[in-house]
Design a protein around this ligand. Sequence first.
Ligand code: ARG
Length: 558
Amino acid sequence: MKELEQRIQRQLEDLLDVEVRVEVPDSMEHGDYATNACLRQASQEGKEPYRLAEETVEKLDKEELQEVDEIEAAGQGFINFFLDENKYTEKVLEKIKKEGEDYGSHSFGEGKTIVIDYSSPNVGKPMHIGHLRSTIIGDSVSRILEFSGYSCIGINHLGDMGTQFGKLIYAYRNWGDEEELEEDPVGYLLDLYVKFHEEAEKKEELEEEARKWSKRLEEGDEEAERLWEKFTEHTKKGLKETYSRLNIQFDSWKGERFYRDRTEDVIREALDKGVAKEDEDGSIIIESEEGDSPYLIQRSDGGTLYSTRELAQIKYRKEEYGFDKAIYVVGQPQERHFEKAFEAAEKLGYANKDELVHVKFGMMSVPEGSLSTRSGNVILLEDVLDRAKGKAMEAVKEKNPDLAGKEEVAEKVGVGALKYFDLSKKRTTNIKFSWDEALNFEGSSGPYLQYSYSRASGILEKVEEGEADFNGMEDVEFKLVKKLGRFHAPVEQAADKYEPHRIAVYLNELCELFNEFYHKCRVKGSEHEARRVEIVKAFKQVLGNGLDLLNIPKLEEM
Ligand code: ARG
């Protein structure tokens, strides 16, 4: 419970002259909370740490720390706090009940705005697994930040400019079919893209044709614009269907092309301010710090780039949203790109470097054939979801053949499996995808959390409520309660570091305790039914809140 930690901290800070940190020790021997603040204070004063700890314990106001049963001074100036089972449990469960969906939330982001750029696939170009990661991680980070009080604006910075359009226009005009495009825009454009490359292998002049269309599009040619619009609109529709399966929405879909008219200003400003200069070949560059390659913002033929639009986008978003932070959920490979962009944006006075954050993530490798791929590392999100659903269906049929609404459950389990797999890993590490792991019902998986949730639901259907007595709890009951009382900690860390895995890992541990509880402690018909009902209700609430932060579907039955 955060309030209790804060009360302990405040009291100690009044008594001592150092900053106090209250920690949760690894071993119960050292209490439920402990602090070594006296050690630092004692060394400042040249005092014996244990003595000082003893004196400090004496002076603490125990009345104000009612949930604490015992406070002891220990070696090296530690002070250990042991909780009072009964009072602590009562307080925590009451708090969870009272706060409900808000339990675990924070207010430290209040009044602040964060713009979060995520998913951002490229129209008409292969979507790769990195886009899936960006989508899932970005959505969760955004939820965690909202839960921490920030107001978040989610932006899908669609890659709707680039040389692929020249190729697509050529391909569509020669081999395209309107109906097929409407049917499955993302898949169909990918097919056209692939076909173009196959044909271009045989006929070199195709590349030149594509270049011509690219140029026409840049110059605002009517036919080129019409087709651009068609591809982009259909793609958006297709993407929206996929996002809806993932329960994800964006506040803005302004893609790269939106900034087309704003890049000119950026280049002029950069030159006027002396931030950029013309290179020997006529291109315009912003010099990077210490020997790194420069940031190219205009090609020698006058064309603009991804990087130019990046600067335009920062400027625009700052003006439009007045953000306190703008974060970019994009893979590791773009690390240098963002470093340079942020540096340049600061020099141009668009935003401070420390307001701009690249939330990078590692690669996810996918063993051959395990996610439906059209060629190489190319994936269609839609196919991945179908595959997840199919796999989940096999598992659901095996576990619960009589379940009603299997289709819907399988869809949700599949989505949960994918999301948890991604979110439970530390964001920056490289990971290897595995279906066995993602769909393992026994532990550390999305379905495992969903299953625990539905189990709690099942228990609560049949029980009776009554006057709960929290004396003489089983070990595992109190452990579970204490874990419930600590939900705020992973939330806070996750928000601070943009690391959803902190919540995923916590929820997995929480479910492990719940499963131990479930096996050891009968609820229905037990003499402790009333209190166990309260514990299960609180568990269901906290797990539910956590699942919402990861945007993993909750299931009442599975
Ligand atoms: N479309 C880009 C890609 O697929 C990602 C864009 C991320 N957002 C940004 N503002 N650069 O690599």
